[in-house]
Design a binder for this molecule. Structure first.
Ligand code: ADP
Ligand code: MG
Length: 139
């Protein structure tokens, strides 16, 4: 059975532009419940560890530099089938390809600076939730 929690991040582009409130309101209106949230400014080492799965990809260094450049807002969100529901709500990685009404279509600037992160599986939601909030966050 699919899990009910996922890990989201309002990335430095959207957080710095003052879009956190609008993005959270957008998600709450779609039935996502905020379970945990904080503001954090990741070090290069923390951002590198969080995105370790992408190490070696051409965009990895740019991604780590961007995610450690300014504060962001990690959150655990709860909804039925949370991982899939949230990925549908945020839209495609590249805002130019994201569906109308999705968070990335509404608030992202580019494929790199794309407003939000979302876990891609229940297993990664547990790993990523634990990274920011400890092991109880995804129970
Ligand atoms: P998603 O965030 O939709 O799960 P990926 O896991 O494929 O996307 O990539 C992680 C993040 O890396 C993306 O959200 C984006 O910020 C960045 N990224 C991915 N592909 C590119 C690219 N081709 N150019 C620049 N940044 C990219
Ligand atoms: Mg991903």
């Amino acid at each position: 059975m699919a899990g009910n929690r996922t890990l989201a991040i309002i990335k430095p582009d959207a957080f710095g532009a003052g879009k956190a409130g609008k993005i959270i309101a957008h998600l709450e209106a779609q039935g996502f419940k905020l379970v945990c949230a904080k503001v954090t400014h990741m070090t290069v080492a923390e951002a590198g560890a969080f995105y370790a799965v992408h190490k070696g990809r051409p965009f990895y260094d740019e991604l780590v530099a961007f995610m450690s450049s300014a504060p962001c807002m990690p959150m655990v969100l709860e909804k039925s089938d949370a991982v899939a529901a949230y990925r549908t709500a945020i839209g495609a990685t590249d805002p130019a390809e994201a569906a109308e009404g999705t968070v990335r279509k509404l608030y992202a600037e580019s494929k790199g600076r794309n407003a939000v992160h979302g876990s891609d599986s229940d297993e990664n939601a547990r790993i990523e939730g634990t990274f920011f909030f400890g092991s109880a966050a995804l129970v």
